[in-house]
Design a protein around this ligand. Structure first.
Ligand code: ADP
Length: 187
């Protein structure tokens, strides 16, 4: 199965993605996780990405697209994948379309986790305290939510028009939300 998980920062995408990917036996591909791993390893990709991440801005499409195309070409992603945090711009949607069309495959479902924006700020602040994420300070959180609303939220329309979008209420117990997602996937 090829699935995209969308939703604002703090919606719980990462948490849910781990459960769903494991249940389906497909890799969980999180661009945020890949960027953070590169930052902590001090790679040139990490050095480049960090400048944007620390400000709550998106890493440039050219960098992100190349990284995802490479990840999707790996053996484990041939049987399917759960994309978390990608695509976030129209250019990324176009690139993903290109990569998948060239491989003769397509996305089957796009799940949008919906949450009340007022509820995500405290969640993100709590996560900042637990995980020591530098991009979870109050100013940066606010900027990330703005960037999401401006650049990414409108993109759900693209997938809605293709008949792929399903909205899932992200509010509630983690296990409840997991059940809702599995149910829309027919599991
Ligand atoms: P969140 O969803 O909470 O914002 P992520 O862990 O998904 O957090 O992403 C952290 C940061 O990594 C983003 O703020 C952004 O700078 C960068 N990033 C992740 N995915 C993308 C993407 N698809 N395009 C551009 N930048 C990205």
């Amino acid at each position: 199965m090829r699935i995209i998980l969308m939703g604002p920062p703090g919606a719980g995408k990462g948490t849910q993605a781990v459960f769903i990917a494991e249940k389906l036996g497909i890799p969980h591909i999180s661009t945020g996780d890949i960027f953070r791993a590169n930052v902590s390893q001090g790679t040139s990709l990490g050095v480049e990405a960090k400048k944007f991440m620390d400000a709550g801005e998106y890493v440039p499409d050219s960098v992100t697209n190349a990284m995802v195309a490479d990840r999707l070409s790996q053996a484990d992603a041939q049987k399917g994948f759960l994309l978390d945090g990608y695509p976030r711009t129209l250019d990324q949607i176009n690139e993903l379309d290109k990569v998948l069309t060239a491989a003769g495959v397509a996305v089957e479902k796009v799940i949008e986790l919906t949450v009340d924006i007022d509820a995500v700020v405290p969640r993100l602040q709590k996560r900042a305290a637990e995980q020591n994420r530098v991009d979870d300070t109050e100013d940066v959180i606010r900027r990330r939510l703005e960037v999401y609303a401006e650049q990414t939220a409108p993109l759900t329309d693209v997938y809605a028009k293709r008949g792929l979008l399903v909205q899932v209420d992200g509010f509630g117990e983690i296990s409840e939300v997991t059940k809702r997602i599995l149910s829309v996937l027919g599991i």
